[in-house]
Design a protein around this ligand. Structure first.
Ligand code: FMN
Length: 413
């Protein structure tokens, strides 16, 4: 294979300087399975400073910058060959030796891979630049193989608070798109904001569920205490004992209903959280894919006469944008399903708390009939009344959260 690192620097005084890559620009390229360039948009060609003749048929490493650690490309190809998209910060080199940083979203597509690059402006880029240079130094001094270097990088990401590469990719894409949108003075973040809102509501909802679950745990002893008291009573004791048994069964049942939101397969909030992150990721991917498509449509003349089937290229990127868009819709559907189930649980539990209220009332009536009502029994009944009120209030708030999630999902459509 040709050694592209030896390509002549045509404009010596520019070498080592930053190449202009504006925030509104999108660099797009498409390759075969080996990474050989098949197509690129006008921005890709212009910024690279290569001619179309030089680019087409060349491997992507034609724009590789020597500051890039090999471990990063190992991660990139490892994911791509497993059919997975990958997001990475990349420092590229132009023909004259200038450089530009990009946040690249690279994904498998029919016939190979495509890459959509935006200009990174978030602080994370600078952090990664420092990390890359430390990694490169380790590759050189410790003679690290790309795979070992990739492992070292993943371990370092963990130290920096990213649990795995997937989490890092999501953070990078989300933060960079946020930075880009605000830099461009755009406000079209309705969907992203709606997803952020869902995350917040789901955290609140989780909180209410935890509070109620703790409430059910705390009152578990009350019906038992009630029974102990009733055993000491001469008249009415039997009625109160059976009422307390009913109460115990009903409350335990409700507690379980509530806990089922939070355990096993029905782990509602964990699933909502991952659907939101998935949704964000797909949404952002679709967003930049659609922008790349738009860029290509506006600059289609620039590609005319270069032997490119621009309509086929446009169809491919549109198809890709539609696919990623579908993935974000799937995540939203999943969230909508969870929100609906949450609302149902709220309605069911509110009906059941009414049932518990009746049992508590019966208990009060029975205790009122006693000749010498027991102060301890009255105390228990009062505590139950307070508990019911708290549960009902929390259920109302939980219901509002679920309703809010449903509305946010709808606003995304
Ligand atoms: C679609 C696609 C886009 C790529 N974009 C870049 C890029 O912008 N910069 C880069 O250095 N490598 C890019 N690569 C990775 C290169 O193919 C190559 O692995 C990398 O430059 C390292 O070269 P090396 O593995 O020969 O050392 C891309 C690969 C694919 C499949």
């Amino acid at each position: 294979m040709e050694d592209f690192s030896s390509v002549q620097v045509t404009d010596g005084h520019q070498a080592g300087m930053a190449a202009p890559f504006a925030p509104h620009q999108i660099i797009y390229s498409r390759s075969d399975e080996r990474g050989v360039i098949l197509f690129g948009n006008a921005t890709f060609q212009e910024i690279s400073e290569y001619s179309w003749a030089e680019l087409r048929g060349a491997p992507h490493k034609i724009i590789r910058h020597p500051d890039m650690p090999r471990g990063i490309f190992w991660i990139m190809w490892d994911r791509l060959t497993r059919g997975l998209p990958v997001v990475a910060y990349v420092k590229n080199r132009t023909r004259s030796g200038r450089y530009y940083w990009a946040l690249a979203y690279v994904s498998p597509c029919p016939g190979g891979y495509l890459s959509i690059r935006i200009r990174p402006d978030d602080d994370l880029r600078a952090t990664m630049e420092a990390e890359y240079s430390a990694l490169l130094a380790r590759e050189e001094t410790q003679n690290l193989k790309p795979e070992r270097s990739a492992e070292a990088f993943l371990a370092r990401l963990k130290e920096l608070g990213h649990i795995d590469y997937e989490a890092f990719m999501r953070t990078a894409l989300t933060q960079e798109l946020k930075a880009r949108t605000s830099r461009l003075g755009r406000t079209d973040r309705i969907r992203a904001n709606a997803l952020d809102g869902i995350l917040e509501l789901s955290q609140q909802a989780d909180d209410y569920v935890q509070r109620m679950a703790a409430g059910f745990r705390n009152i578990r002893a009350e019906p038992i205490n009630m029974r102990i008291l009733s055993n000491r009573m001469e008249d009415g004791g039997a009625a109160i004992s059976s009422i307390s048994q009913n109460y115990e069964v009903m409350a335990a049942d409700m507690g379980q209903d509530l806990a089922s939101l939070d355990t096993g397969d029905g782990e509602t909030f964990g699933q909502i959280r991952s659907a939101v992150t998935e949704g964000h990721f797909a949404l952002h991917a679709a967003e930049i894919a659609m922008e790349a498509a738009l860029e290509m449509t506006t600059h289609r003349e620039a590609l005319a006469g270069h032997g490119v089937d621009i309509d086929a290229e446009l169809a491919l990127i549109h198809q890709f944008a539609a696919l990623t868009q579908h993935r974000s819709v799937d995540s939203l559907k999943l969230i909508a399903g969870h929100a609906e189930r949450l609302s149902e649980t709220c309605r069911r539990l509110r009906r059941r708390i009414n049932g518990l209220d009746v049992v508590k009332l019966m208990c009060r009536v029975e205790s009122g009939r006693l000749e010498n009502p027991d102060a301890a029994l009255t105390g228990i009944i009062d505590r139950l009344a307070k508990f019911h009120l708290e549960i009902d209030r929390n259920l109302v708030k939980l219901g509002r959260c679920a309703g809010g999630m449903t509305r946010n999902v709808k606003s995304c459509r």
